[in-house]
Ligand binder design. Structure first.
Ligand code: URP
Ligand code: ZN
Ligand code: ZN
Length: 447
């Protein structure tokens, strides 16, 4: 039983108690009687466990593998209050979607947080339609496509996207796109190659905002025609978000996500260690992204956690060979709490929507996850809003060994994290067992 917390509910914040029975919330409000274990949480905020809808643990890419596997990545997640994460199946070794799901399930067995996957699709053809249905039967209802990354064989062209989107639409699934226009990427990259300007710090020049905006425009055309539920991952530009807003106004079912680094860092922060794709943008873009978030054009913030050690990041000076991506799952909530809520940009309810309810609704996890309500999983994050922490890489649980936010002072690190009724983080210690995380079978979205 949690007593006297400021409970963040979908319609406001109330002071009250949260009773837990087994893995579920059994009562909320003024709960009489005494429980076996009581946590006095006065002065603390109680949030529904956060959901990071975009992480890459144990990802083979660029001739290497991410520093975090499911054990370290999920531990890092829990320390940041992320009780559920959505990773991706891996298609690099061929196989059907069902085989890729089985392989990923076996890798994720070490996870300490709950999880599901988006099914990554990189070699679509018209004979594969049945695979969508087989994935949905296995509880995987969202499908990820890349509009770029031709060189590594991951790109899906527009004809194939049209067909795949039509098939996903028939079954009510969600199509995710990494939206960058391949032809423009090639044009801007070739200009840099001609001048021998391939240092990683110049990577943003190979992908200016038009690259993202044009691909989003194309994805929206395809969504309008096929009727698919579209989700645009890691939107980094004001131009991209504006196109999404227009699409929404036309009635297209399009959801969009941004990441903390696009909200908080800018192009000057881009470096060997702080390098990701899409790259960081101008200050004007990050200011605009906050506005698009507060008015609901962007409905989710997820981290795109894709961690590599400094040695991996520095293995090449040529941006074409640098593994792109940064660690972030542990700082998701503190960054948004400090830069969003404490700075007056987002209310507590909005914060909770963006980090819990919206991803749960879009990806078919609601109301089991994403809300504090009777019958929901007891995933609860207790936060003392006045506690401030100065970030030091050595305090993190990711194997990356660095944080892009070193030295930043942040509020919002959880004091206590409860996952399915079990106190898993308390006094900065992990109290659970390895492999305690559960695979979450999903159903097609009801949002
Ligand atoms: O740089 C990034 N974001 N790496 C992860 C892969 C992706 O495109 O999301
Ligand atoms: Zn991506
Ligand atoms: Zn990603």
């Amino acid at each position: 039983m949690i007593r006297e917390a400021d409970i963040v509910l979908p319609y406001g914040v109330i002071k009250g108690d949260i009773a837990i029975e087994g893995e579920k919330i059994s009562a909320l409000g003024n709960v009489p009687g005494r429980a076996k274990k009581e946590i006095i949480a006065s002065g603390m905020l109680a949030f529904p466990g956060f959901i990071d809808a975009h992480v890459h643990f144990s990802l083979p890419v660029s001739g290497t593998r991410t520093a975090d596997d499911f054990a370290s990545g999920s531990l890092s997640a829990l320390f940041g209050g992320v009780t559920t994460f959505i990773d991706f199946t891996v298609s690099a070794f061929g196989g059907t979607l069902a085989e890729n799901i089985e392989a990923r399930l076996s890798e994720a067995r070490e996870s300490v947080a709950d999880y599901t996957f988006h099914a990554e699709i990189t070699s679509w053809n018209r004979k594969k339609s049945w695979e969508i249905e087989s994935a949905i039967e296995k509880g995987i209802t969202s499908f990820k496509f890349f509009m770029t990354y031709e060189d590594s064989g991951r790109r899906t062209d527009k004809g194939k996207l049209y067909h795949a989107f039509s098939e996903i639409a028939k079954l009510g699934g969600v199509a995710l796109v990494h939206a960058e226009d391949e032809e423009l990427v090639k044009y801007f990259t070739d200009l840099l190659i001609e001048k021998g300007k391939l240092n990683v710090r110049l990577f943003p020049k190979s992908r200016p905002p038009i690259v993202e905006a044009m691909a989003i425009e194309d994805a929206l055309f395809l969504a309008r025609e096929t009727g698919v539920n579209l989700y645009v991952v890691h939107v980094s530009t004001a131009a991209g978000a504006e196109i999404i807003e227009k699409g929404k106004m036309e009635g297209i079912t399009v959801y969009a996500e941004t990441a903390p680094h696009y909200l908080i860092l800018t192009e000057g922060d881009f470096s060997e260690l702080v390098s990701m794709c899409p790259p960081l943008r101008r200050r004007e873009d990050s200011i605009a992204l906050w506005e698009f978030l507060s008015k609901g054009v962007l409905s989710v913030v997820a981290t795109d956690h894709c961690s590599f050690s400094p040695a991996q990041k520095k293995s090449s000076k040529d941006f074409r060979n640098v593994p792109m991506g940064i660690p972030g799952v542990e700082t998701l909530f503190p960054l948004l709490f400090t830069h969003g809520y404490a700075n007056g940009k987002l209310s507590l309810v909005k914060l909770s929507e963006i980090l819990s309810a919206n991803p749960a609704k879009i990806f078919g996890l609601y109301p089991r996850k994403g809300v504090l309500s009777v019958g929901s999983d007891a995933d609860i994050v207790l936060v003392d809003p006045s506690r401030e922490v100065k970030l030091k890489a050595s305090c993190f649980h990711s194997n990356a060994g660095y944080t892009p936010y070193e030295g930043m002072e942040l509020k919002g690190f959880p004091n206590i994290v409860i996952s399915r009724g079990e106190v898993v983080i308390e006094e900065e210690r992990f109290l659970g067992n390895r492999g305690r995380g559960k695979f979450l079978k999903r159903e097609v979205s009801r949002s």
